[in-house]
Ligand binder design. Structure first.
Ligand SMILES: *[C@@H]1O[C@H](CO)[C@@H](O)[C@H](O)[C@H]1NC(C)=O
Ligand SMILES: *[C@@H]1O[C@H](CO)[C@@H](O)[C@H](O)[C@H]1NC(C)=O
Ligand SMILES: *[C@@H]1O[C@H](CO)[C@@H](O)[C@H](O)[C@H]1NC(C)=O
Ligand SMILES: *[C@@H]1O[C@H](CO)[C@@H](O)[C@H](O)[C@H]1NC(C)=O
Ligand SMILES: *[C@@H]1O[C@H](CO)[C@@H](O)[C@H](O)[C@H]1NC(C)=O
Ligand SMILES: *[C@@H]1O[C@H](CO)[C@@H](O)[C@H](O)[C@H]1NC(C)=O
Ligand SMILES: *[C@@H]1O[C@H](CO)[C@@H](O)[C@H](O)[C@H]1NC(C)=O
Length: 234
């Protein structure tokens, strides 16, 4: 009797659970798809053609060019569109790709600002936007994505300074690549809190002040390039 009561109780719960989780699965990869369709709509017409037929709403988003998904939940984990001659701006909806681990838009002709919503990508490990025409400041909240290992935005036209607390939430950061931009202000001395840093490449900007002596305390550092700035001191 207890068993029957148990199953009478349990079956609807299980069905309810499946209903909710299956619905969640559908809804969530739908979120990824709609975010990427909006991304596509922000591309200039000429460059959109490369993705026009491929990024189609009748095809599973996981089969789109440059997109890879986690096998378990079919959520987008990789967006790799480097060297594709794409032109346009990045919409805030990119921040809706909440399972994204790897984002490579390097060597295209994207312009405009990096959206603040990049900071919503809580699982991001690799960010590469090098060789584009991005302007404005680096959204400070990307420095709060504690999973990041690589921040690579060299050869753009970014301005503004780096936040003093740049490394407070980046325990895994191995590469900070910001050369050939228009960045100014001091190199934050608390950068030493990024204790896993192997490559720090900041040349060809307008950084001022002295080279933080804390840099001498990096134990993992392999490459340090600070030339073509306005740095002083010893
Ligand atoms: C979401 O995943 C389901 C199950 O794998 C798949 O059938 C569907 O095509 C996907 N939806 C989108 C919008 O990619
Ligand atoms: C989209 O491109 C990918 C990778 O190049 C390819 O495997 C896939 O078949 C293409 N899909 C369509 C619908 O053209
Ligand atoms: C950049 O992308 C173009 C194709 O759009 C390619 O021809 C060129 O070799 C790439 N340059 C670098 C430095 O990767
Ligand atoms: C996607 O992002 C936009 C802008 O950040 C937001 O307004 C919207 O609610 C998000 N949509 C979904 C389905 O998460
Ligand atoms: C980063 O996170 C800390 C708390 O973890 C918060 O105080 C700070 O405002 C955040 N900074 C940004 C730029 O989001
Ligand atoms: C960079 O931006 C400045 C204005 O902030 C502009 O004068 C300059 O032409 C831009 N350089 C490039 C290479 O786009
Ligand atoms: C460098 O590390 C040593 C030993 O941990 C410490 O005593 C010193 O204060 C550090 N120097 C700077 C400039 O952070």
């Amino acid at each position: 009797m207890a068993k029957i009561a148990f199953s009478l109780l349990c079956v609807p719960i299980l069905m309810g659970y499946c209903f909710v989780s299956c619905l969640a699965l559908e809804l969530s990869n739908f979120t990824d798809q709609s975010a990427l369709l909006i991304f596509k709509s922000y591309l200039d017409l000429g460059s959109r053609n490369i993705l026009e037929n491929n990024w189609s709403s009748v095809v599973n988003v996981c089969d789109w060019m440059g997109v890879s998904c986690s096998s378990l939940h079919e959520r987008v984990t990789v967006l790799n569109l480097h060297d594709m001659g794409l032109r346009g701006t990045i919409p805030p909806q990119i921040g809706n790709l909440s399972f994204l681990i790897y984002l490579d838009l390097s060597n295209n002709s994207f312009h405009g600002q990096l959206p603040n919503e990049l900071g919503h990508l809580r699982r991001l490990e690799y960010l590469d936007m090098r060789q584009n025409y991005f302007t404005g400041r680096i959204p400070y909240n990307i420095f709060n994505i504690s999973s990041l290992r690589v921040i690579s935005v060299p050869s753009n036209n970014l301005s503004g300074s780096l936040p003093v607390d740049i490394c407070y939430h980046l325990p895994k950061l191995e590469q900070l690549l910001l050369s050939s931009n228009d960045l100014d202000g001091p190199i934050p001395y608390k950068i030493s809190k990024c204790s896993q840093l192997r490559r720090l490449i900041l040349y060809a900007n307008r950084f001022t002040g002295r080279i933080p002596r804390e840099i001498g305390n990096f134990t993992m550092l392999e490459t340090l390039v600070l030339s073509e700035n306005k740095l002083g001191g010893s």
